[in-house]
Design a protein around this ligand. Structure first.
Ligand SMILES: C[S@@+](CC[C@H](N)C(=O)[O-])C[C@H]1O[C@@H](n2cnc3c(N)ncnc32)[C@H](O)[C@@H]1O
Length: 185
């Protein structure tokens, strides 16, 4: 799990969902302050329930839109976003908002499903996460056409990040059919 150099670190998780990544980051960086934001209030409530259950004090959740982050310029040392950007109506705008709230030299870690995933890798992924209550062919169709099909390739997202003002972009492979984009301000 990512650990921040220098303390105290201010970390933002955009599209935090049920808070799993934010809470792991908070536990891995006990001196940091982690904020998770999500567009859906239902997710914010679920994240707050998990935070309470896991008794993590250095993490908070709030409702917010990646298109207009409710924070001032340079408010964070690090920003993460996991499997959320494919849902944003304007990813360039979201990445430019992330750049705005990052301090100079700060890094953003953007992870997403790889639209260029091979049929073999997708099959292996769907077999690994097979759920007894979903018909296998339906699950593969959804993964191919909805989850991965509506996502980006690493190259596409890198181009969008450059459009958003990031000149320093590195693409890394992530576990499974996902990629990680590391953007430095
Ligand atoms: C697939 S979930 C990923 C959740 C979490 N990052 C994880 O990996 O477990 C995507 C999340 O992005 C959120 N989301 C979608 N559009 C958003 C936006 N414009 N601003 C903030 N959050 C957004 C959704 O509400 C959802 O909770």
């Amino acid at each position: 799990m990512l650990a921040c150099k220098g303390a105290p670190a201010r970390i933002l998780d955009v599209g935090a969902g049920e808070g799993v990544v934010s809470l792991r980051l908070a536990k891995a960086n006990p001196d940091a302050v982690v904020v998770g934001i999500d567009y859906a209030m239902m997710q914010v409530r679920a994240a707050n329930r998990l935070k309470k259950k896991e008794q993590v004090l250095n993490c908070s959740f709030q409702q917010g839109n990646a298109m207009a982050l409710p924070f001032s310029e340079a408010a964070f040392d690090m920003v993460v976003s996991v499997n959320s950007i494919k849902h944003w109506p304007d990813p360039a705008r979201g990445l430019s908002e992330i750049r705005r709230v990052l301090r100079s030299g700060g890094q953003a870690f953007i992870s997403e499903a790889d639209r260029s995933v091979s049929p073999e890798a997708l099959l292996a992924f769907s077999e690994h996460y097979r759920a007894w209550y979903i018909w296998g062919a339906l699950m593969r169709w959804c993964l191919r056409n909805v989850v991965f099909g509506k996502s980006y390739t690493a190259e596409e997202l890198k181009t969008i990040a450059i459009r958003a003002g990031f000149s320093d972009t590195i693409t890394q492979a992530a576990p499974g059919p996902f990629f990680l984009l590391v953007l430095t301000k």
